[in-house]
Design a protein around this ligand. Structure first.
Ligand SMILES: Cc1ncc(COP(=O)(O)O)c(C=O)c1O
Length: 424
């Protein structure tokens, strides 16, 4: 029965039952965590052979003869550029491979817009106010980077096809202070949705009022399919070029969740003009990234098909974890009307929408019962979810057994928080 159809007596009876179950949960002194968007140690271990790919006795030169044991090579070694070009369905000339973190490259790109400006345009620090469009719910670290520079964040609702493009088009074309748009186009963090082809085409065809507007296209989960019939995204760089906007997009990716989080390799794909400008900054910033790691990855995977094969091993670990959470939510919450949740086909997260005003309370109840969730509000700019309704579930790190228990507690917390709210 829908909780919202219950009268006060029914809600009171239900509350006593839920309270009893909650006390039982607390007595188990659980210590579970569904907040960590990272692979579990046994899953990380599938990448250990990558470490054996090169050793002191191997030939440690890249295919163009670059000595990977020494300084230099700001673009990344050719075979690593080819690997990311294959992954992102673009050309190696549009790719630079850098260090261990794509978030670091994103931060640098925002910083460069702020301190130096792009293509001779006024640096953003000279404006009274600049804005970034932030599809919500979204990735908390994108929002933290933007907030760090004092950039005003504008919430854009997410639809099942991607950001609401009517609003994006209207704001981008009418407001010269809108300088950026964050996107996670495939298996978005946290909703798990993939942008439709039409959304990507509309993004590429934007007509920005600001000449230095950029789409920050964070393709972090481009290879992270859980099932065979995976969605395919068109190449946004090509679409931007065709639409007369060759410089409007920075695309980011890394192997953080392909090999080693924090110890993989990361890349940016962009127009040659953008890459030239980035290189001008980079040559002041570093004498070169870790080319040995680039070599190790490029030799191990060889091409995107090599990565796809490897990702099937990851999927075998992760799929049962997503499924146990989704089955638990279905079993406990179907037909109650207390919330909606996404059923992603890849990526790292499930997004849950409670009734308005319940998410913070669900977080607290879970915590009391020993289940840690990502903080309510974290998926919104400034940590403020206007509806207090979104929660991000990260099922990859705990074991299947732990997830079963944690999902039960989570569902119980959602029911309890909803009953409390309806009784108020
Ligand atoms: C959408 C998204 N982008 C980037 C990152 C971090 O990537 P990296 O490890 O390459 O810095 C994450 C990690 O959770 C993420 O979810």
């Amino acid at each position: 029965m829908l909780f919202t159809d219950m009268d006060k007596d029914q809600l009171m009876t239900l509350k006593s039952e839920l309270d009893a179950k909650f006390e039982e949960c607390k007595s188990k002194a659980l210590s579970l965590n569904m907040s960590r968007g990272k692979p579990a140690p046994d899953q990380v271990a599938v990448s250990f052979p990558v470490l054996d790919e090169i050793g002191a006795k191997s030939d440690l030169c890249a295919e163009d003869g670059t000595d990977c044991t020494n300084y230099g090579g700001l673009d990344g070694i050719p075979e690593a550029r080819k690997l990311f070009a294959d992954i992102l369905d673009t050309d190696p000339e549009h790719v630079m491979v850098m260090g261990n973190s794509s978030l670091n490259i994103m931060f640098d790109q925002v910083a460069r817009g702020f301190t130096h400006g792009y293509f001779g345009n006024k640096p953003w620090h000279n404006y009274v106010k600049v804005k970034f469009l932030c599809p919500v719910p979204g990735y908390d670290r994108h929002f933290l980077v933007t907030q760090h520079f004092g950039i005003e964040m504008v919430n854009i609702p997410m639809t099942s096809d991607g950001p609401d493009m009517d609003i994006v088009e209207q704001l981008v074309s009418s407001d010269e202070t809108v300088k950026g748009l964050w996107c996670v186009p495939k298996y978005s963090n946290p909703t798990g949705i993939t942008f439709s082809e039409n959304t990507v085409k509309r993004l590429a065809a934007l007509k920005p009022a600001a000449p230095d507007f950029r789409i920050f296209y964070d393709n972090a989960y481009c290879m992270h399919d859980l099932y065979d019939d995976a969605p395919v995204l068109p190449d946004i760089l090509k679409l931007c070029e065709a639409a007369g906007n060759p410089d409007m997009v920075f695309e980011f990716a890394s192997t953080s969740k392909i090999t080693f989080p924090g110890a993989g390799i990361a890349a940016i794909a962009a127009s040659e003009g953008n890459l030239k400008e980035i290189k001008n900054h980079l040559k002041i910033q570093t004498i070169g990234h870790d080319k040995l790691n680039q070599l190790r990855h490029a030799r191990y995977f060889k091409n995107a098909d090599g990565v796809r094969e490897h990702m099937k091993k990851h999927a075998d670990y992760i799929r049962p974890k997503f499924e146990v959470v989704l089955e638990g939510l279905e079993a406990e919450l179907a037909g109650t009307g207390v919330g909606n949740w996404t059923r992603p086909l890849g990526g790292y997260f499930i997004s849950f929408e409670t009734l308005p005003g319940c998410a913070g309370r669900v977080y607290e109840i879970c915590k009391e019962a020993g289940v840690v969730l990502t903080g309510a509000g974290a998926t919104y700019p400034y940590g403020k979810d206007p509806q207090d309704s979104n929660l991000r579930i990260a099922p990859t790190y705990p074991s299947v057994d732990e997830l079963k228990q944690a999902t039960y507690v989570f569902a119980l917390a959602v029911k309890l928080a909803t009953v409390e709210k309806l009784l108020k």
